[in-house]
Write a protein that binds this ligand. Structure first.
Ligand SMILES: [Zn+2]
Length: 331
């Protein structure tokens, strides 16, 4: 039997993996709440996502290529299934860095019948998806189980109702069209015999007025490290994608390009007393997946406290700070 050295991600790792993956597709991503299933919105549409590590099937399996996830009934999951929000079931196979998705429209009935269900796919399909971006396993019932790179999780969710019906050629075409549009920051629509599919790569443009108000308030310096050097950006505290993500000064902070990205990636944040904090659960996740290089340098760069404007009326709004940390999946 082949021994796979599979990396297993925990609940918070999987949450950050989901947020990071969805943002490859659109800026309009908000983490709402939940702990596997997680509730997210992307392009203003809300989903529950239940995600499990893909692993080998049980000892008795006859096919070495077979892999699966197992889902047990739980209160969290049942509540999600009983809501009107779509519930998506995903597997993640860290060795190949791909997601695997089973048709959610076939799930509800099965969950009502059994305490635990197993959903199967093939290791070879996941390996293939790592190279070809997307790949479909069709089981004995003709059901398509899709494996794809993280870049296409948003595309998958956006076209959930039809994507499992596409042929291999149509899947490759959809991914190619999504890449083309993403390179040009454009949105689009594609017609297939199975129906109309949409591609929405929402990328926000910055409001120039917001920018100048924030720059002036913070004296053209990063509030976390005081670097200026034309590297500063006007960051939204509550993300612009959120309905409360306004362009007012109480929702703005001046950050250098590094700290702006780190803040939006939930790597660094600040609390309502303006202490600057490293998000240790995200760091643990990055360490696990081998993306933690330069951490000490990064940590040394930030002060302990946000460098606030002298004028109190220009300070970040406390409610915004809490909402921001929640919508970034931190608290
Ligand atoms: Zn900075």
């Amino acid at each position: 039997m082949s021994v796979r050295n599979t990396l297993i991600l925990n609940h918070s790792d999987l949450k950050y993996l989901l947020i990071d993956s969805l943002r490859l597709y659109s800026d309009n991503v908000v983490f709402i709440d939940g702990n596997n299933p997680y509730r997210f919105s992307i392009n203003k549409k809300t989903f529950y996502v239940l995600i499990k590590n893909v692993h080998e099937s049980g000892d008795g399996r006859g096919n070495q290529d077979e892999c699966r996830i197992q889902i047990s009934q739980s209160k969290n999951f049942n509540d999600a299934m009983n809501s009107k929000t779509e519930v998506i079931v995903l597997g993640y196979f860290a060795d190949e860095k791909v997601f695997t998705a089973w048709n959610p429209y076939l799930m509800r009935d099965r969950f009502n019948q059994k305490q635990t269900i197993s959903l199967y796919s093939r290791f070879s399909i996941q390996k293939e998806a790592n190279t070809t971006k997307i790949s479909a396993y069709r089981d004995t019932n003709g059901q398509s189980v899709l494996s794809f790179q993280p870049d296409y999780l948003g595309l998958y969710l956006e076209n959930l109702s039809k994507i499992h019906l596409l042929t291999d050629a149509e899947l490759f075409d959809l991914v190619r069209q999504s890449d083309n549009l993403n390179n040009k920051n454009l949105d689009g629509e594609v017609d297939y015999p199975e129906g109309h599919l949409t591609i929405t790569h929402t990328r926000y443009k910055r409001d120039p007025r917001f920018k100048s108000i924030v720059y002036n308030a913070y004296n053209n310096k990063c509030a976390m490290c005081s670097i200026g050097l034309e590297l500063i950006e006007a960051a939204h505290i509550v993300p612009h994608s959120h309905e409360k993500g306004t362009d007012e000064i109480g929702n703005g902070i001046s950050l250098c390009a590094l700290h702006h990205t780190a803040y939006d990636r939930s790597l660094i944040y600040f609390d309502t007393e303006f202490n600057i904090l490293i998000n240790t659960t995200k760091m643990e996740y990055l360490e696990k997946v081998g993306l933690d290089s330069g951490f000490r340098k990064f940590q040394a760069l930030a002060f302990d406290k946000i460098q606030l404007p002298t004028n109190h009326t220009l300070h970040p709004n406390i409610e915004n700070i809490n909402l921001a940390n929640q919508s970034r999946g931190i608290i």
